[in-house]
Design a protein around this ligand. Structure first.
Ligand SMILES: [Zn+2]
Length: 516
């Protein structure tokens, strides 16, 4: 996996600048093209093309794994996705394309556990090691935070330990030092643990052994049965992987148009490890791709740049890397940033990022309100109802917001539950989340709501055409006061998060990260 994913990208990384050189760009041909307009660009957006991309993305996900198709960053399927986009764009000779390749730590973990043949819902911990353990269950009756908590009799046993007092990593390493076969940690409240981490790839206290976590209720039940003398055989199957992976952002900038007034549109090219991510964010990725391809039929006033970000699902890694490495003088040329992350949810609504902050009191930088208005007017003109969506910072617009670039975009919902009112506005099912396949294996080709998808890609086309024609509604160049006062070395907010916090930040779930 390591070499097969790394090698193609080392080769590609050598051709860091565009493979289509400036010489094969025919200025005469370009001058005969009409100036882009919203109506003309929208007319060129067809669902057939979008669905052809979607079928290809599904195929790429299956290249990674037949059992759990995915396009997680640096996987075969993700690299295929990035190559596919680059190849199609390079063939047009309309763009300068650039791969921004860098390493980042990839980790995944899963566990399952049975006690005397009964399956108990089990979660895994990051940095946990792989292993199959069948052994008698042994309750320490303590919190497993010092070596004395592990009597010699734990050797070869599956040790049951309650959460608390010290971090998970210490419990697991001390159990390893005492030659336990594995560890089951149970919550200190009745609920299941929401996932967590051992805090690092290794610890000084001892070697890690396979680990899984179960609910407080299940743990106390097992502990009581063991205390009553019952013999319980536990079977723990744990899987853990940690590796450095190389992957790439793909940046494409139109060769034509004013490059001091760049209209920037982005989406993330990776999926979560647990599913193919055809809506999240295949939909935004394909929307930007198809718009970029159709844009080549036109002449532009302002240059248009597209970004396909890697490792968004691990905490906005690619977009943060890009902004962090972009000199202030280059940031200043970006007039605005548009983000499209999930635009075809099966139980969709039409949401627009709340640029003016009137609903969620978190306005974007000056210009963001105008972008929100542009999309409001777009839906209104089509007789569609839209609602604002909170600018949480939890997609790739986050790093752009942080450096004072106005942002906007549309979104069709993920974990929120559709209300009766929502059904009146947008159809679909009440009491059901906008995307029941969010971050799941079923986020396949079939998960797309096609009509919504097409409408929203036309929204992308509309905004790009309007802003490429004119930035009159956007305050630009930005006043120095609206530009972030951060010094060049000051880290972006997301970058200061730990690996675990960051990974959670990207996934946008409400639950917290736990180390202990
Ligand atoms: Zn996403």
């Amino acid at each position: 996996m390591w070499f097969s994913t790394l090698l193609p990208f080392v080769t590609l990384a050598l051709t860091f600048t565009s493979s289509a050189s400036a010489q094969d760009f025919d200025i005469g041909e370009l001058e005969r093209k009409p100036l882009v307009t919203s109506a003309a660009l929208q007319r060129r957006i067809h669902r057939d093309n979008l669905l052809r991309h979607a079928r290809n993305f599904q195929h790429f996900a299956e290249q990674t794994s037949k059992t759990t198709p995915n396009r997680a960053f640096g996987s075969v399927g993700h690299n295929s996705t990035v190559r596919y986009i680059k190849k199609l764009l390079d063939a047009t000779k309309f763009y300068d394309t650039q791969l921004q390749t860098f390493p980042y730590t990839y980790a995944e973990a899963s566990s399952n556990f049975t006690a005397n043949g009964v399956i108990l819902p089990t979660k895994s911990l990051f940095y946990g090691i792989s292993g199959d353990v069948t052994a008698p269950l042994f309750a320490t009756g303590n919190l497993g935070c010092v070596p004395e908590h592990f009597p010699a009799s734990v050797e070869g046993k599956l040790v049951l330990i309650q959460r608390g007092d010290c971090i998970y990593g210490i419990k697991v390493a001390l159990a390893g030092a005492a030659k336990a076969a594995g560890v089951i940690i149970f919550n200190d409240v009745p609920a299941e643990l929401s996932g967590g981490s051992l805090g690092g790839v290794s610890r000084p206290e001892g070697p890690y052994v396979p680990v899984g976590t179960i609910s407080g209720t299940a743990g106390l039940d097992l502990q009581a049965r063991l205390a009553a003398g019952e013999e319980i055989t536990g079977v723990l199957k744990a899987y853990g992987l940690v590796e450095e992976r190389y992957s790439s952002n793909l940046i494409a900038t139109s060769k034509q148009g004013n490059k001091n007034q760049i209209v920037f549109s982005g989406s993330h090219s990776d999926s979560v490890p647990g599913g193919p991510g055809i809506n999240d964010d295949g939909s935004g990725t394909m929307g930007n791709l198809e718009t970029a391809l159709q844009l080549t039929n036109f002449r532009l006033n302002n240059a248009v740049r597209f970004g396909w970000w890697t490792a968004e699902e691990f905490g906005l890694v690619g977009s943060t890397h890009h902004i962090r490495n972009l000199p202030q003088s280059e940031r200043d040329k970006i007039a605005l940033y548009l983000n499209f992350d999930m635009i075809a949810s099966p139980n969709s609504g039409f949401f627009i990022y709340d640029g003016d902050g009137d609903t969620f009191q978190r306005p974007g930088p000056p210009g963001s309100a105008q972008i929100e208005k542009l999309y409001e007017d777009y839906y209104k003109a089509k007789g569609l109802i839209s609602r604002p969506s909170n600018f949480t910072g939890r997609s790739d617009y986050g790093p752009f917001l942080e450096v004072g670039i106005p942002c906007g975009g549309v979104f069709t919902g993920h974990e929120g539950v559709k209300t009766d009112e929502g059904v009146q506005w947008w159809g679909g099912q009440a009491g059901v989340v906008y995307d029941p396949c969010y971050h799941a294996r079923c986020d396949t080709y079939e998960n797309l709501r096609v009509e919504t998808f097409e409408t929203n890609v036309k929204a992308i086309a509309h905004s790009i055409a309007v802003y490429s024609m004119s930035l009159e509604t956007i305050p630009f160049p930005r006043a120095a006061s609206s530009i972030s006062s951060r010094s060049a070395d000051e880290k972006l907010h997301v970058e200061t998060l730990t690996y675990e916090e960051r990974r959670h930040y990207g996934c946008d779930h409400a639950h917290e990260v736990s180390w202990q």
